[in-house]
Unconditional design. Structure first.
Length: 354
């Protein structure tokens, strides 16, 4: 998983064709005016969300995500989309996109079959806020566009579910041709389970064989940092809550806008567990607290969420092989008699626990 999105330059072209002022969008999003002038436009999650929050406001069109997610010109479809259209079925196409999503965005597509329904969701892995409505609608419109171009049929979802209500319900119903439901527990587009097996008339084995090796190489290179990246995000979220209590997996999942199941599954895929990340987060903070003589051992134990100093000592010994007091004395000897006392320092500075 990479930390940045590769923003398609075709977005700028389509915005200009729709008469939307690019400079105004960038000002509203608080992004540099030369943002789209780069050969390879990269944005982090916050910047991408800001862009998608700005576009509907500047365009004065809440349905702009539907327009940007629907492409009739084949030459404008991203190579990832071309690869999806070259697969055998709609289901294969979605899984192809899901597999390669991590090449360009810290995002995943989750699809699952529940009885006669095929449910597809997007999940932004590094998001700290709710995804912009226009971005979510663009993603669903993109999948529907791939379905209709690939199958040559007017594929229609059973329904589209949104957490937040929209003001342009009629446009959404017209575009997707189905029920639009609000105040749902998740954002999802739901097809019939049998739709996944509809064959693609655009199937092109030779083209797919030509594209796959390049994608695989990029996937391998991009996945080298996958574990560190996501685990680091979880670790930071834990450390933000470690202040006298042990955060639960439910706490962290909520902070990361994920379900507990998704968080645990993602960590498991990366060869880790919530408990392991919690231990690592505590270990990192323990070293910090012990390196700072402002903190007594009992204070460090409390801030790390341990019930007592003995529990902290046992945990620290398992990490470093020595008790915390021994580790502190070895790495950070006591200051000289002329050094400021703990109380003097405490009065001079505001202690940060991070």
């Amino acid at each position: 998983m990479v930390r940045h999105y590769r923003v398609p330059l075709v977005w700028r072209t389509k915005l200009e064709e729709l008469g939307v002022s690019i400079p105004a969008v960038l000002r509203e999003a608080k992004l540099p005016q030369d943002f789209f002038n780069q050969a390879r436009v990269l944005a982090n999650t916050d910047e991408l969300f800001a862009l998608w929050q700005a576009m509907p406001l500047v365009a004065q069109d809440p349905a702009i995500g539907l327009k940007l997610g629907t492409e009739t010109r084949l030459e404008r479809i991203h190579p990832m989309g071309i690869a999806a259209l070259s697969t055998e079925t709609f289901g294969d196409g979605v899984r192809q996109i899901a597999r390669y999503k991590k090449l360009c965005v810290p995002e995943e597509i989750i699809d699952q079959t529940n009885g006669n329904e095929w449910i597809i969701q997007y999940h932004w892995l590094l998001a700290t806020q709710m995804e912009p409505p226009a971005l979510m609608e663009c993603g669903f419109a993109y999948l529907l566009n791939i379905a209709r171009k690939g199958t040559g049929q007017d594929v229609t979802p059973l329904r589209v579910e949104f957490i937040q209500p929209r003001s342009h319900t009629d446009e959404l119903k017209k575009h997707f041709g189905c029920q639009i439901l609000y105040n749902r527990p998740k954002n999802a587009i739901v097809f019939k389970a049998s739709d996944a097996a509809i064959p693609f008339v655009t199937r092109n084995t030779e083209l797919l064989d030509a594209l796959t090796p390049q994608f695989d190489q990029e996937l391998e290179e991009g996945s080298k940092n996958a574990t560190d990246c996501f685990v680091e995000v979880v670790c930071e979220a834990i450390q933000q809550r470690l202040a006298g209590r042990r955060p639960s997996v439910e706490d962290i999942a909520k902070d990361l806008h994920m379900s507990v199941r998704s968080l645990q599954r993602k960590l498991q895929e990366l060869g880790s567990t919530f408990q392991q990340v919690l231990d690592d987060a505590r270990h990192q903070l323990a070293r910090y607290y012990l390196s700072n003589s402002v903190f007594e051992l009992t204070e460090a134990a409390y801030l790390l969420g341990y019930e007592d100093a003995d529990s902290f000592t046992r945990a620290f010994r398992s990490w470093e092989g020595v008790p915390p007091r021994h580790w502190r004395e070895t790495h950070y000897p006591a200051p000289s008699a002329h050094a400021p006392t703990r109380n003097m320092r405490a009065r001079r500075e505001r202690v940060s626990y991070r």
